[in-house]
Design a protein around this ligand. Structure first.
Ligand code: IMP
Ligand code: MG
Length: 172
């Protein structure tokens, strides 16, 4: 069994999700909000977040692959699933599990902007600074993490651990 140390408990996560949803709900009143989850990692966070947003919203998913089977980052982004909702003139909120180098997010922001939305903003549960390569603005941040590889609550290592209800650091 690999060594896992807890970073955020269920209670920590619930509090963070509630705070983020409250801010989003107050800042997107009378707008046409499309919440887009980045597959696969963000699906657990997104499902909790949207149930605390008190506005009419639309939900879609986009799939990108940036990591191989391990924890190394690849600078090539591949679209594995495109949007189904037309985001032209809409307010788009990208929901990410974790921002690491920022390469995925800067690719996604450029892609979304090419589709003519009114606004594009980002909500990330975790903001990991250690390996940041792209200067990107994250509008809604859950927690800042210095370093380490994080699993659980949707985040994986080689497709494992996504189902853990808390967030852990994987010790190697
Ligand atoms: P970036 O392009 O380097 O910012 O990486 C973005 C994606 O890599 C995230 O959406 C995650 O899916 C994955 N990732 C980055 N760091 C971690 C981590 O610590 N644990 C699990 N997945 C990670
Ligand atoms: Mg991800």
């Amino acid at each position: 069994m690999p060594d896992l140390s807890i970073v955020l408990s269920k209670e920590d996560i619930a509090k963070t999700v509630q705070l983020l949803a409250k801010r989003i709900s107050s800042e997107y009143q009378h707008r046409e909000l499309v919440v887009v989850g980045v597959l696969k990692g963000a699906f657990v966070f997104l499902s909790d977040l949207i149930r605390q947003i008190t506005l009419p919203i639309q939900i879609d998913f986009i799939g990108v692959a940036s990591y191989g089977a391990g924890d190394f980052s690849s600078e090539t982004i591949r679209l594995t699933k495109d949007l189904e909702i037309n985001i032209k003139e809409k307010d788009v909120l990208i929901v990410e599990d974790i921002v690491d180098t920022g390469i995925t997010l800067s690719w996604l922001i450029a892609y979304f902007k090419s589709l003519g939305p009114k606004t594009v903003r980002v909500c990330a549960l975790l903001d990991k600074h250690e390996r940041r390569k792209c200067d990107i603005q994250i509008d809604y941040v859950g927690h800042v993490i210095d370093k380490g590889f994080i699993v659980g609550y949707g985040l994986d290592f080689a497709e494992e651990y996504r189902n853990l209800p808390e967030i852990f650091q994987l010790k190697s």
